[in-house]
Design a protein around this ligand. Structure first.
Ligand SMILES: [Mn+2]
Length: 395
């Protein structure tokens, strides 16, 4: 059977690091897919008697998405070490080079779109890289990490641990809105009841909070995901990591209440920004939506772009204008690949990447107008391709 390219190699390399007491660092994206990926691999390594030297999640609001210079500077004292990037890295060319210069051996485990070039790392796992023959391309990063854990345990994960992993894999797969087919369907079917009966104190506290207003298991889990998926960073860890990893209910009571409240405020704020965008575009018939503001909170813009795109069915670019740079979230309707659209204009961008339907970008403010024009001048090509896509889900 065809396996995901380099997955076995990654499993063997991590096992050898454990054996040789090499320092291991886990570096994950701050959303729920990245967080669950980190926890699965952390628990796998610890159960195989390995140690983790550091865990780091970049702050999307203050740093950037992906591997960041700030993150690498923070982790420098741990070098030389094996740096395992989870749910990010496939478009971090410069940062990967910096990591190597600092003495890290880099493994990337990602599921985002690969560009024409891929970064030079020790081992690169991404079902979407061109040379990968694995037929199923829609795994979340945590789904890839689950398969990695299976290989690390030679396909014999102790059953309690396997249940842990499945519960987390279901959470991350649902949070990333991956197509519910193939392996994803199995993870979700097996994982949902495990989440509901979870031993994790953090999940138990959350379940109590959402139980009253939710009818089905699925609804409860969706609410938990909406609370955990955008979490802030505390001491380089995501709040969702702290909640999912806590060892007593008392320990997370306060934090859980706090993020529950914040998720409510967030939904109000998202509505407000959606309203502002709607006003801006009401007189505009451009084939794309391209709006930014200095006052918007970057972390909320993914949710804003999703709603706008769902309603207007146009590629949607929503960004926060910072002092010198702007950072944005992109959503594209089915059949249009937002990463490819940006790749055509990549000379104007500092950073970009993600999935066909959901991605992000960073650029200097002086390039905003040029970027918009570049996207507009290429849009026909993407609209023409639309439809040839045989209805494939593109997350
Ligand atoms: Mn992901």
């Amino acid at each position: 059977m065809v396996e995901i390219k380099n997955l076995k190699k990654a499993a063997q390399r991590i096992l050898s690091a454990i054996k040789k007491n090499e320092r291991i660092i886990l570096y994950g994206d701050a959303d729920l897919d990245g967080t669950t990926s980190v926890i699965i691999l952390e628990e796998a390594i610890k159960n195989l008697k390995g140690e983790i030297s550091a865990i780091y999640f970049p702050d999307r609001e203050k740093e950037n998405y992906g591997l960041t210079e700030t993150g690498l500077n923070f982790l420098s004292p741990f070098a030389p070490a094996l740096l395992i990037c989870l749910d990010l890295g496939i478009t971090n060319f410069k940062e990967v080079k910096l990591a190597r210069e600092k003495g890290f051996k880099v493994i990337i485990i990602d599921h985002h779109e690969a560009l024409k070039e891929i970064p030079e790392v020790l081992i690169l796992v991404d079902p979407k890289q061109k040379t990968d023959k694995y037929p199923f391309k829609q795994l979340a990063a945590c789904g890839v990490v689950y398969k990695l854990a299976q290989l690390m345990f030679k396909n014999k994960i102790p059953s309690a641990l396997e249940q842990n992993f499945l519960e987390l894999t279901a959470l991350g797969t649902l949070a990333d809105m991956m197509a519910e087919i193939d392996d994803n369907k199995i993870y979700i079917e097996k994982g949902l009841p495990l989440i509901i009966s979870s031993f994790r104190p953090g999940l138990r506290v959350l379940l109590k909070l959402v139980r009253n207003n939710s009818n089905s298991e699925r609804e409860m889990v969706s609410r938990i995901i909406s609370i955990l998926n955008i979490s802030e960073i505390k001491n380089h860890l995501t709040e969702s990591y702290l909640i999912l990893n806590s060892s007593t209910e008392a320990e997370v009571q306060e934090l859980t209440q706090e993020i529950f409240q914040k998720s409510f405020e967030r939904s109000l704020k998202i509505k407000e920004i959606v309203g502002e965008v709607e006003t801006c575009i009401s007189q505009n018939s451009d084939p794309i939506i391209f709006e930014g503001d200095v006052d918007w909170t970057y972390l909320l813009l993914g949710a804003v772009a999703s709603r706008i795109c769902n309603k207007h069915k146009k590629p949607t670019f929503i960004f926060k204008i910072g002092e010198k740079e702007s950072k944005g979230s992109v959503r594209a309707p089915k059949g249009i690949n937002s990463v490819k659209m940006m790749e055509d204009c990549s000379h104007l961008l500092k950073m970009f990447g993600g999935h066909a339907a959901a991605s992000g970008f960073t650029l200097a403010n002086e390039n905003l107008e040029k970027f918009k024009n570049c996207l507009l001048s290429n849009i026909e090509k993407y609209e023409k391709n639309n439809g040839k896509n045989n209805g494939k889900n593109n997350y």
